[in-house]
Design a protein around this ligand. Structure first.
Ligand code: ADP
Ligand SMILES: N[C@@H](CCOP(=O)(O)O)C(=O)O
Length: 318
Protein backbone atom coordinates (compact mmCIF):
# COMPACT_ATOMS: atom_id res chain seq x y z
CA UNK A 1 0.00 0.00 0.00
CA UNK A 2 1.26 3.47 -0.83
CA UNK A 3 1.09 4.78 2.73
CA UNK A 4 4.40 5.77 4.25
CA UNK A 5 2.89 8.18 6.78
CA UNK A 6 -0.16 6.89 8.64
CA UNK A 7 -2.99 9.35 9.30
CA UNK A 8 -5.84 9.02 11.76
CA UNK A 9 -9.44 10.05 11.09
CA UNK A 10 -8.89 13.00 13.47
CA UNK A 11 -5.78 14.17 11.55
CA UNK A 12 -7.71 14.20 8.31
CA UNK A 13 -10.88 15.70 9.79
CA UNK A 14 -8.81 18.66 11.05
CA UNK A 15 -6.89 19.01 7.79
CA UNK A 16 -9.85 19.06 5.39
CA UNK A 17 -11.79 21.61 7.45
CA UNK A 18 -9.52 24.43 6.38
CA UNK A 19 -10.65 23.80 2.77
CA UNK A 20 -14.36 23.99 3.67
CA UNK A 21 -14.92 20.23 4.02
CA UNK A 22 -16.78 19.89 7.29
CA UNK A 23 -17.29 16.20 7.90
CA UNK A 24 -15.09 13.27 7.10
CA UNK A 25 -17.24 10.36 5.95
CA UNK A 26 -14.64 7.83 4.84
CA UNK A 27 -10.86 7.53 4.80
CA UNK A 28 -9.13 4.87 2.72
CA UNK A 29 -5.47 4.37 1.89
CA UNK A 30 -4.66 3.99 -1.82
CA UNK A 31 -3.24 0.68 -2.91
CA UNK A 32 -1.08 1.93 -5.75
CA UNK A 33 1.54 4.63 -6.18
CA UNK A 34 5.22 4.64 -5.46
CA UNK A 35 6.52 7.95 -4.16
CA UNK A 36 3.87 9.59 -2.01
CA UNK A 37 1.32 8.76 0.66
CA UNK A 38 -2.17 9.00 -0.82
CA UNK A 39 -5.53 8.65 0.91
CA UNK A 40 -8.97 8.59 -0.68
CA UNK A 41 -11.26 10.85 1.35
CA UNK A 42 -15.04 11.18 1.24
CA UNK A 43 -16.33 14.30 2.94
CA UNK A 44 -19.34 16.58 3.26
CA UNK A 45 -19.28 20.32 2.74
CA UNK A 46 -21.32 22.86 4.77
CA UNK A 47 -24.38 22.25 2.58
CA UNK A 48 -24.15 18.50 2.97
CA UNK A 49 -22.78 17.87 -0.56
CA UNK A 50 -20.53 14.85 -0.84
CA UNK A 51 -17.01 15.29 -2.22
CA UNK A 52 -14.53 12.63 -3.30
CA UNK A 53 -11.01 13.84 -2.62
CA UNK A 54 -7.41 12.68 -2.60
CA UNK A 55 -5.08 13.73 0.18
CA UNK A 56 -1.39 13.49 -0.77
CA UNK A 57 1.52 13.70 1.63
CA UNK A 58 4.80 14.30 -0.18
CA UNK A 59 7.46 12.02 1.20
CA UNK A 60 10.37 13.40 -0.82
CA UNK A 61 9.20 16.42 -2.81
CA UNK A 62 10.38 19.55 -0.94
CA UNK A 63 7.66 22.00 0.06
CA UNK A 64 9.12 24.82 -2.04
CA UNK A 65 8.71 22.72 -5.21
CA UNK A 66 4.96 22.45 -4.72
CA UNK A 67 3.76 25.95 -5.72
CA UNK A 68 4.87 25.24 -9.32
CA UNK A 69 2.69 22.10 -9.44
CA UNK A 70 -0.22 23.88 -7.76
CA UNK A 71 -0.13 26.74 -10.26
CA UNK A 72 0.41 24.42 -13.23
CA UNK A 73 -2.47 22.08 -12.43
CA UNK A 74 -4.72 25.03 -11.58
CA UNK A 75 -3.83 26.66 -14.92
CA UNK A 76 -4.42 23.46 -16.94
CA UNK A 77 -7.68 22.64 -15.16
CA UNK A 78 -8.92 26.15 -15.95
CA UNK A 79 -8.12 25.41 -19.61
CA UNK A 80 -10.47 22.41 -19.47
CA UNK A 81 -7.77 19.73 -19.28
CA UNK A 82 -8.78 17.11 -16.67
CA UNK A 83 -6.02 17.50 -14.10
CA UNK A 84 -6.39 17.71 -10.30
CA UNK A 85 -6.75 21.37 -9.32
CA UNK A 86 -5.78 21.61 -5.64
CA UNK A 87 -8.23 22.96 -3.10
CA UNK A 88 -7.20 26.25 -1.47
CA UNK A 89 -8.02 27.61 1.97
CA UNK A 90 -9.64 31.01 2.66
CA UNK A 91 -6.22 32.64 2.15
CA UNK A 92 -5.89 30.94 -1.25
CA UNK A 93 -3.14 28.66 0.06
CA UNK A 94 -3.11 25.12 -1.28
CA UNK A 95 0.07 23.75 0.31
CA UNK A 96 0.02 22.94 4.03
CA UNK A 97 1.93 20.60 6.28
CA UNK A 98 0.47 17.48 7.82
CA UNK A 99 2.57 15.26 10.10
CA UNK A 100 5.49 17.52 9.07
CA UNK A 101 5.05 16.53 5.40
CA UNK A 102 3.93 18.91 2.65
CA UNK A 103 0.33 18.02 1.81
CA UNK A 104 -2.26 18.78 -0.89
CA UNK A 105 -5.96 18.05 -1.16
CA UNK A 106 -7.27 17.54 -4.71
CA UNK A 107 -10.48 16.24 -6.32
CA UNK A 108 -10.63 12.50 -6.86
CA UNK A 109 -11.34 11.51 -10.45
CA UNK A 110 -13.71 8.69 -11.25
CA UNK A 111 -12.50 5.85 -13.44
CA UNK A 112 -9.60 3.44 -13.73
CA UNK A 113 -6.14 3.21 -15.23
CA UNK A 114 -6.40 1.22 -18.47
CA UNK A 115 -4.78 -2.22 -18.21
CA UNK A 116 -4.11 -2.32 -21.93
CA UNK A 117 -4.90 1.02 -23.54
CA UNK A 118 -7.41 0.96 -26.39
CA UNK A 119 -7.18 2.86 -29.64
CA UNK A 120 -9.70 5.48 -28.54
CA UNK A 121 -7.96 5.91 -25.18
CA UNK A 122 -4.70 6.51 -27.07
CA UNK A 123 -6.40 9.14 -29.19
CA UNK A 124 -7.86 10.86 -26.14
CA UNK A 125 -4.64 10.99 -24.16
CA UNK A 126 -2.66 12.24 -27.17
CA UNK A 127 -5.24 14.98 -27.78
CA UNK A 128 -5.07 16.05 -24.11
CA UNK A 129 -1.27 16.13 -24.28
CA UNK A 130 -1.31 18.24 -27.45
CA UNK A 131 -3.73 20.69 -25.79
CA UNK A 132 -1.48 20.89 -22.76
CA UNK A 133 1.52 21.61 -24.99
CA UNK A 134 -0.39 24.25 -26.95
CA UNK A 135 -1.34 26.06 -23.74
CA UNK A 136 2.34 26.40 -22.77
CA UNK A 137 2.80 29.94 -24.07
CA UNK A 138 0.35 31.31 -21.51
CA UNK A 139 1.99 29.73 -18.46
CA UNK A 140 4.83 31.82 -17.15
CA UNK A 141 6.36 29.73 -14.35
CA UNK A 142 9.42 27.68 -15.22
CA UNK A 143 10.92 24.53 -13.74
CA UNK A 144 13.89 22.48 -14.88
CA UNK A 145 13.73 18.77 -15.58
CA UNK A 146 15.09 17.05 -12.46
CA UNK A 147 15.96 14.07 -14.68
CA UNK A 148 18.17 16.23 -16.91
CA UNK A 149 21.86 15.97 -17.90
CA UNK A 150 23.17 16.33 -14.33
CA UNK A 151 20.94 13.51 -13.11
CA UNK A 152 22.12 11.37 -16.04
CA UNK A 153 25.76 11.94 -15.12
CA UNK A 154 25.14 11.02 -11.47
CA UNK A 155 23.17 7.96 -12.51
CA UNK A 156 25.98 6.72 -14.77
CA UNK A 157 28.39 6.99 -11.84
CA UNK A 158 26.07 4.97 -9.64
CA UNK A 159 25.13 2.34 -12.21
CA UNK A 160 28.41 1.75 -14.08
CA UNK A 161 30.03 -0.28 -11.28
CA UNK A 162 27.02 -2.53 -10.78
CA UNK A 163 25.92 -3.31 -14.34
CA UNK A 164 27.28 -6.21 -16.38
CA UNK A 165 29.56 -5.23 -19.24
CA UNK A 166 26.89 -5.48 -21.96
CA UNK A 167 24.46 -3.22 -20.11
CA UNK A 168 27.22 -0.84 -19.05
CA UNK A 169 28.30 -0.47 -22.68
CA UNK A 170 24.73 0.18 -23.79
CA UNK A 171 24.25 2.76 -21.03
CA UNK A 172 27.51 4.57 -21.78
CA UNK A 173 27.04 4.54 -25.57
CA UNK A 174 23.50 5.83 -25.43
CA UNK A 175 24.04 8.47 -22.76
CA UNK A 176 27.08 9.80 -24.71
CA UNK A 177 24.97 9.98 -27.85
CA UNK A 178 22.28 11.87 -25.93
CA UNK A 179 24.91 14.32 -24.65
CA UNK A 180 26.27 14.82 -28.18
CA UNK A 181 22.74 15.62 -29.38
CA UNK A 182 22.01 17.97 -26.47
CA UNK A 183 22.37 21.17 -28.53
CA UNK A 184 19.98 19.88 -31.21
CA UNK A 185 17.55 18.75 -28.50
CA UNK A 186 17.73 22.11 -26.74
CA UNK A 187 16.80 23.81 -30.03
CA UNK A 188 13.50 21.87 -30.30
CA UNK A 189 10.21 23.51 -29.23
CA UNK A 190 9.85 23.58 -25.45
CA UNK A 191 6.85 24.08 -23.18
CA UNK A 192 4.88 22.49 -20.37
CA UNK A 193 5.68 18.79 -20.18
CA UNK A 194 4.18 16.16 -17.87
CA UNK A 195 7.22 13.93 -18.41
CA UNK A 196 5.71 10.83 -16.82
CA UNK A 197 2.51 10.27 -18.75
CA UNK A 198 2.38 6.50 -18.40
CA UNK A 199 -1.02 4.83 -18.56
CA UNK A 200 -1.02 4.45 -14.77
CA UNK A 201 -1.14 8.23 -14.59
CA UNK A 202 -4.38 8.51 -16.56
CA UNK A 203 -7.91 7.57 -15.55
CA UNK A 204 -10.76 6.63 -17.87
CA UNK A 205 -14.40 5.82 -17.47
CA UNK A 206 -14.74 3.61 -20.53
CA UNK A 207 -14.03 5.98 -23.40
CA UNK A 208 -13.92 9.20 -21.42
CA UNK A 209 -10.61 10.55 -20.14
CA UNK A 210 -11.54 11.57 -16.59
CA UNK A 211 -8.13 12.56 -15.23
CA UNK A 212 -4.39 12.95 -15.75
CA UNK A 213 -2.50 12.76 -12.45
CA UNK A 214 1.00 12.76 -10.96
CA UNK A 215 2.43 16.02 -12.28
CA UNK A 216 5.48 15.87 -10.04
CA UNK A 217 7.94 15.41 -12.93
CA UNK A 218 6.32 18.25 -14.86
CA UNK A 219 8.61 21.05 -16.03
CA UNK A 220 9.60 23.09 -19.07
CA UNK A 221 11.09 20.69 -21.50
CA UNK A 222 11.10 19.37 -25.06
CA UNK A 223 7.54 18.79 -26.22
CA UNK A 224 8.22 15.75 -28.40
CA UNK A 225 10.17 14.15 -25.55
CA UNK A 226 6.93 14.26 -23.51
CA UNK A 227 5.10 12.60 -26.41
CA UNK A 228 7.88 10.00 -26.72
CA UNK A 229 7.46 9.03 -23.04
CA UNK A 230 3.76 8.49 -23.74
CA UNK A 231 4.31 6.51 -26.98
CA UNK A 232 6.85 4.17 -25.39
CA UNK A 233 4.47 3.25 -22.58
CA UNK A 234 1.08 3.32 -24.27
CA UNK A 235 2.01 1.87 -27.67
CA UNK A 236 4.65 -0.83 -26.99
CA UNK A 237 4.26 -4.57 -26.63
CA UNK A 238 6.23 -6.75 -24.20
CA UNK A 239 9.10 -7.05 -26.68
CA UNK A 240 9.35 -3.27 -26.98
CA UNK A 241 7.87 -3.24 -30.50
CA UNK A 242 5.53 -0.40 -31.44
CA UNK A 243 1.91 -1.52 -31.73
CA UNK A 244 1.09 -0.03 -35.14
CA UNK A 245 -2.60 0.93 -34.72
CA UNK A 246 -2.02 2.45 -31.24
CA UNK A 247 1.04 4.33 -32.45
CA UNK A 248 -0.88 5.69 -35.45
CA UNK A 249 -3.75 6.69 -33.16
CA UNK A 250 -1.45 8.66 -30.85
CA UNK A 251 0.54 10.31 -33.62
CA UNK A 252 -2.56 11.16 -35.67
CA UNK A 253 -4.47 12.65 -32.72
CA UNK A 254 -1.47 14.63 -31.43
CA UNK A 255 -0.49 16.04 -34.80
CA UNK A 256 -4.04 16.99 -35.64
CA UNK A 257 -3.64 19.65 -32.94
CA UNK A 258 0.10 20.21 -33.01
CA UNK A 259 1.93 19.07 -36.16
CA UNK A 260 5.66 18.39 -35.79
CA UNK A 261 8.15 20.97 -37.05
CA UNK A 262 10.81 19.72 -39.53
CA UNK A 263 13.39 19.69 -36.69
CA UNK A 264 11.05 17.60 -34.56
CA UNK A 265 10.51 15.15 -37.41
CA UNK A 266 14.27 14.77 -37.81
CA UNK A 267 14.84 14.17 -34.08
CA UNK A 268 11.79 11.95 -33.42
CA UNK A 269 13.36 8.46 -33.72
CA UNK A 270 16.25 9.44 -31.42
CA UNK A 271 13.87 11.13 -28.98
CA UNK A 272 11.92 7.87 -28.58
CA UNK A 273 15.19 6.12 -27.74
CA UNK A 274 16.17 8.82 -25.21
CA UNK A 275 12.79 8.59 -23.50
CA UNK A 276 13.25 4.82 -23.14
CA UNK A 277 16.80 5.30 -21.89
CA UNK A 278 15.64 7.79 -19.21
CA UNK A 279 13.18 5.29 -17.72
CA UNK A 280 15.58 2.37 -18.12
CA UNK A 281 18.01 4.39 -15.99
CA UNK A 282 15.47 5.40 -13.31
CA UNK A 283 14.13 1.85 -13.06
CA UNK A 284 17.67 0.44 -12.78
CA UNK A 285 18.38 2.90 -9.98
CA UNK A 286 15.26 1.80 -8.08
CA UNK A 287 16.01 -1.84 -8.76
CA UNK A 288 19.45 -1.53 -7.20
CA UNK A 289 18.27 0.63 -4.31
CA UNK A 290 17.52 -1.34 -1.17
CA UNK A 291 15.08 1.28 0.13
CA UNK A 292 13.00 1.07 -3.05
CA UNK A 293 12.56 -2.65 -2.55
CA UNK A 294 10.60 -2.01 0.58
CA UNK A 295 8.16 0.02 -1.49
CA UNK A 296 5.09 -1.37 -3.20
CA UNK A 297 5.64 -1.69 -6.90
CA UNK A 298 9.05 -2.18 -8.44
CA UNK A 299 8.84 -1.50 -12.13
CA UNK A 300 10.74 -3.78 -14.47
CA UNK A 301 13.79 -2.09 -16.04
CA UNK A 302 14.07 -4.79 -18.74
CA UNK A 303 10.96 -3.73 -20.61
CA UNK A 304 12.49 -0.24 -20.97
CA UNK A 305 15.73 -1.82 -22.18
CA UNK A 306 13.79 -3.79 -24.78
CA UNK A 307 11.95 -0.63 -25.89
CA UNK A 308 15.29 1.19 -26.13
CA UNK A 309 16.86 -1.57 -28.26
CA UNK A 310 13.83 -1.77 -30.49
CA UNK A 311 13.79 2.01 -31.06
CA UNK A 312 17.52 1.94 -31.91
CA UNK A 313 17.17 -0.93 -34.36
CA UNK A 314 13.80 0.00 -35.89
CA UNK A 315 13.48 3.79 -36.21
CA UNK A 316 9.81 4.69 -35.81
CA UNK A 317 7.97 5.86 -38.95
CA UNK A 318 6.33 9.29 -39.06
N1 ADP B 1 -6.81 12.85 -8.28
C1 ADP B 1 -6.90 11.51 -8.26
N2 ADP B 1 -8.05 10.91 -8.61
C2 ADP B 1 -8.17 9.56 -8.54
N3 ADP B 1 -7.19 8.74 -8.14
C3 ADP B 1 -6.02 9.28 -7.79
C4 ADP B 1 -5.80 10.70 -7.82
N4 ADP B 1 -4.53 10.94 -7.39
C5 ADP B 1 -3.99 9.75 -7.10
N5 ADP B 1 -4.88 8.75 -7.33
C6 ADP B 1 -4.68 7.31 -7.10
O1 ADP B 1 -3.55 7.16 -6.26
C7 ADP B 1 -2.55 6.38 -6.93
C8 ADP B 1 -1.19 6.93 -6.58
O2 ADP B 1 -1.06 8.25 -7.05
P1 ADP B 1 0.28 8.78 -7.72
O3 ADP B 1 0.20 10.26 -7.83
O4 ADP B 1 0.54 8.02 -9.01
O5 ADP B 1 1.30 8.35 -6.60
P2 ADP B 1 2.86 8.16 -6.67
O6 ADP B 1 3.43 9.47 -7.14
O7 ADP B 1 3.18 7.82 -5.27
O8 ADP B 1 3.15 7.04 -7.65
C9 ADP B 1 -2.87 6.47 -8.40
O9 ADP B 1 -2.44 5.37 -9.11
C10 ADP B 1 -4.39 6.58 -8.39
O10 ADP B 1 -4.95 5.28 -8.32
N1 LIG C 1 6.41 6.16 -14.40
C1 LIG C 1 7.78 5.83 -14.10
C2 LIG C 1 8.10 6.01 -12.65
C3 LIG C 1 8.35 7.47 -12.28
O1 LIG C 1 9.63 7.90 -12.67
P1 LIG C 1 10.75 8.26 -11.58
O2 LIG C 1 11.87 8.89 -12.31
O3 LIG C 1 10.11 9.20 -10.59
O4 LIG C 1 11.16 6.96 -10.93
C4 LIG C 1 8.07 4.39 -14.56
O5 LIG C 1 7.12 3.72 -14.98
O6 LIG C 1 9.22 3.96 -14.51
Amino acid sequence: MAVYTALSQADVQRFIQRFGWHDLVELKATESGIENTNYFVTALDAKGNTGKLVLTLFEKVPIDALPYFVELTSFLADKGIPVPKPFRDHQQLAVHRLKSKPALLVPCFAGHHPQTPSLIQCQLIATALAKMHLASGQFLLQRENVRGPQWRRRSIELLSPILDSENRQLLLEQTSKWTRHQAAIDALPHGITHNDLFHDNALFLENKLTGIIDFYQACNDVLIYDLAVLVNDWCSDEEGRLIGPLYDAVMGAYQQHRPFTPAERAMWPDTLAYAALRFWISRLLSWHDAESHRKVAQKDPDIMRRILLWRLNHPAPL
